[in-house]
Design a protein around this ligand. Structure first.
Ligand SMILES: Nc1nc2c(ncn2[C@@H]2O[C@H](COP(=O)(O)OP(=O)(O)OP(=O)(O)O)[C@@H](O)[C@H]2O)c(=O)[nH]1
Ligand SMILES: [Mg+2]
Length: 365
């Protein structure tokens, strides 16, 4: 059994790559499974994987490292019920230190499982950082971003299709200089060939030394996480005019533009419409809606997962105001079924091991 840990910042493309990789593996007759992870409970990504009939388990209410036992149980449950050859575990995009707190404990307790770690980065954001330019995020958030890249043996510089040729050349030069000892992949996760290349790399046994346990300042890490607000909200839209889908798109666009107008940096703003259509905005701006606005419906469900650099109360109010405005302008009725707004708590790992086979000490943080 192989387990591929997939880390990397919010919106860098982990779910996209994993879903395409699973499709390819399933087409080749291999059993797969995915473990999703988040600080929240009601996850767009879990719904997205379910809509693709990919078997999943979730580790919720905190990162893998703080919920190691839940991760372990999810792994066992997937193995027992699906007998997969390959499992992908996608860690929440605000999490780091996973070599010491996830990889090493897993290797310690499951020496029979072959484990890899890939860290994803949005090539555009990474290039900005490597060039020494300002990103839209505060320094403490960038600290997490850099730590995620530092620890993984395989670095996937993703979304290269969105870079101009000269920028890709520059990224290759700068990344080659900074990450000398890593396997560097320049990837377009929407492209089958690019995903096949990643899978090929994952198939090679990774020497334990290719991943590096971090020296990390947990206070700084925690303050980076605390800079981000999380709002998860599930709503039901009832249209007076059989236009619930169109009205949902208007609401999505209203929430996005509200966040932009306030100049809040977006980690990831994602939506799951009717349990099967994922729309996604990151700080670089793209939304990849498969347009279905002309579809007629009296009802639509919308799950909102917003991870944005601001206060949770501010973000929740912005979403609520957008909802009210859409109700007034379209005449539809919007019922909130579930909502939570918070910022991630101080990370406190179940285990922290500098080496899987030598020392073991409880706790990170
Ligand atoms: N053009 C392009 N878009 C991509 C690529 N990979 C991902 N995306 C888009 O980037 C957005 C975010 O992708 P996700 O796969 O949801 O990112 P993620 O890392 O799983 O995000 P979190 O789980 O929130 O941390 C979506 O709009 C994807 O369609 C890529 O290689 N090229
Ligand atoms: Mg994801």
């Amino acid at each position: 059994m192989k387990l591929h840990l997939v880390s990397g910042f919010l919106g860098s493309g982990k779910t996209t790559a994993i879903s395409l990789a699973c499709n390819q593996l399933m087409q080749n007759g291999l059993g797969v499974g995915v473990i999703t992870n988040d600080q929240g409970i009601n996850l767009v990504d879990s719904g997205f994987f379910r809509s693709l009939s990919i078997p999943i388990r979730q580790v919720i209410n905190g990162c893998f490292c703080c919920n190691f036992n839940q991760l372990d149980q999810s792994l066992q449950s997937l193995i027992d019920s699906e007998r997969p050859g390959i499992i992908f575990a996608e860690s929440v995009g605000s999490c780091t230190d996973i070599v010491a707190t996830v990889l090493n404990p897993l290797s310690h307790f499951h020496p029979d499982i072959q484990i890899t770690v890939s860290a994803f980065a949005d090539s555009r954001l990474l290039l900005t950082l490597l060039q020494g330019n300002f990103t839209p995020f505060d320094e403490e958030v960038n600290y997490i971003y850099n730590k995620q890249l530092e620890e993984a043996g395989i670095m996937v510089m993703n979304k290269i299709d969105l870079l101009e040729a000269k920028d890709l050349k520059e990224l290759k030069r700068l990344a080659g200089e900074r990450f000398r000892d890593k396997i560097l992949l320049y990837q377009n996760s929407l492209n089958k060939g690019s995903i096949a290349r990643w899978l090929e790399e994952l198939d090679n046994p990774q020497p334990a030394s290719s991943n590096s346990p971090l020296e990390i300042n947990y206070d700084l890490y925690a303050s980076g996480e605390a800079k981000l607000a999380w709002v998860d909200q599930e709503i039901l839209m009832e249209s007076a005019t059989n236009n619930a889908i169109e009205e949902a798109f208007v609401l999505i666009s209203k929430i996005h533009s509200g966040i932009k107008e306030n100049n809040f940096a977006i980690g990831h703003l994602k939506f799951l419409l009717n349990g099967n259509t994922k729309l996604s905005y990151t700080t670089a701006g793209e939304a990849d809606a498969r347009i279905m606005e002309s579809e007629k419906a009296f009802f639509a469900t919308l799950l909102i997962n917003a991870r944005v650099q601001t206060e949770p109360g501010t973000l929740a109010r912005l979403i609520e105001d957008s909802i009210k405005e859409i109700e007034t302008s379209t005449g539809c009725k919007i019922i909130t079924r579930e909502i939570s707004a918070f910022q991630p708590g101080f990370p406190s790992a179940t285990y922290r091991m500098a080496d899987p086979f030598i020392n073991s000490q409880p706790g990170g943080g």
